[in-house]
Design a protein around this ligand. Structure first.
Ligand SMILES: Nc1nc2c(ncn2[C@@H]2O[C@H](COP(=O)(O)OP(=O)(O)OP(=O)(O)O)[C@@H](O)[C@H]2O)c(=O)[nH]1
Ligand SMILES: [Mg+2]
Ligand SMILES: [Zn+2]
Length: 294
């Protein structure tokens, strides 16, 4: 029997696909281990045993450096938040919710606006650049900014997330043609994607690991992870300087006259859409007691 350390690259109906020693093992989780309440996820570093007859089982999950609940992913360095400039139309609130969660977990958010052949992405890209978040436009038609994305992927474990139909799988195929991930047309009737990608999977490409994930729907985003209101402002990187300057203790930076954050919005130093998202998220989380988080 061999004991090996590996990485979960895919999890489907009770089977975990673990890359270890240059080989892909299909593993079942050990019964005792299942009782621990931690469910193994893509991105987990694990220990497996492989019997002489080839049967492999998951024995242990090594401590995680971070964990995303939606989609379930462990140990991510960079979260590429993908939105399309059209078909489907982008929502800055969704982008801001996800990027705030990434920041709260020490994951670097990168915002990509796809389908930039259909509409100009520069205004949206600019909002995030002003917010101190790495942001770029992309189109599979001309591969603009491909080098930028590839250099971020190198040496990191990253994941692509975003609404269904925004072009996550198409983007990965255009950067790494050998992947040949299935993609799907947008439904003309509903104006949204069809949930073509059904499971998360980590691919070893470009000197790193990249996860493609199933696109979420509006229901998923309503039940997205909750950040405590006291912490929320710090999950908007461009707010920090002004939060520190704000002279009101316990200020919610929502409407107080003389609040440094509100002044920065008024002076154009914080993008208005970002502050609107902050207010919307703040109002969603302000009455959620700590015990109900998650
Ligand atoms: N015009 C244009 N269409 C694109 C671009 N990128 C993707 N598409 C189209 O958008 C549709 C959806 O693409 P997918 O790659 O399947 O989208 P996805 O985000 O992976 O969707 P899910 O797997 O459902 O989450 C396909 O018809 C693509 O051809 C782009 O840059 N420009
Ligand atoms: Mg997909
Ligand atoms: Zn304030």
């Amino acid at each position: 029997m061999d004991k090996l350390n590996g990485l979960i690259v895919k999890a489907i109906s009770g089977f975990y696909y673990v890359e270890a020693a240059e080989t892909l093992y299909e593993c079942k989780a050990r019964g005792a281990f299942r009782k621990s309440g931690i469910s193994p996820s893509v991105g987990d570093k694990v220990e497996i045993t492989v019997r002489n007859d080839g049967y492999a089982s998951l024995e242990k999950i090594f401590p995680r450096k971070n964990y995303l609940i939606r989609p379930p992913l462990a140990n991510i360095d960079i979260l590429f938040i993908v939105a399309s400039v059209a078909k489907p139309v982008p929502s800055t609130l969704i982008i801001d919710k996800i990027s705030a969660v990434a920041v709260s977990k020490g994951i670097k958010p990168v915002v990509i606006f796809t389908k930039s052949d259909l509409a100009d992405s520069s205004e949206l890209v600019d909002i995030y650049r002003r917010a101190g978040i790495h942001s770029l436009g992309y189109s599979i038609k001309n591969n603009e900014c491909a080098d930028d994305i590839i250099s971020l992927i190198k040496g990191n474990v990253s994941a692509f997330t975003g609404n269904t139909g925004v072009g996550k799988s198409s983007l990965l195929n255009s950067l790494f043609p050998r992947l040949k991930i299935e993609t799907g047309e947008i439904s003309e009737k509903l104006g949204r994607g069809r949930h073509t990608t059904r499971h998360s999977e980590l691919y070893k490409v470009g000197g790193g690991y990249v996860a493609d994930t199933p696109g979420f729907s509006s229901v998923d985003i309503e039940r997205y992870e909750v950040i405590r209101k006291e912490e929320l402002g710090y999950c908007f990187p461009e707010f920090e300087k002004y939060i520190n300057e704000c002279r009101f203790t316990g200020c919610s930076h929502i409407c107080e006259k003389g609040c440094a954050v509100i002044e920065a919005v008024r002076d154009g130093n914080i993008p208005v859409t970002r502050h609107n998202s902050y207010k919307a998220i703040y109002n969603e989380v302000k009455d959620i007691p700590d015990w109900r988080r998650k």
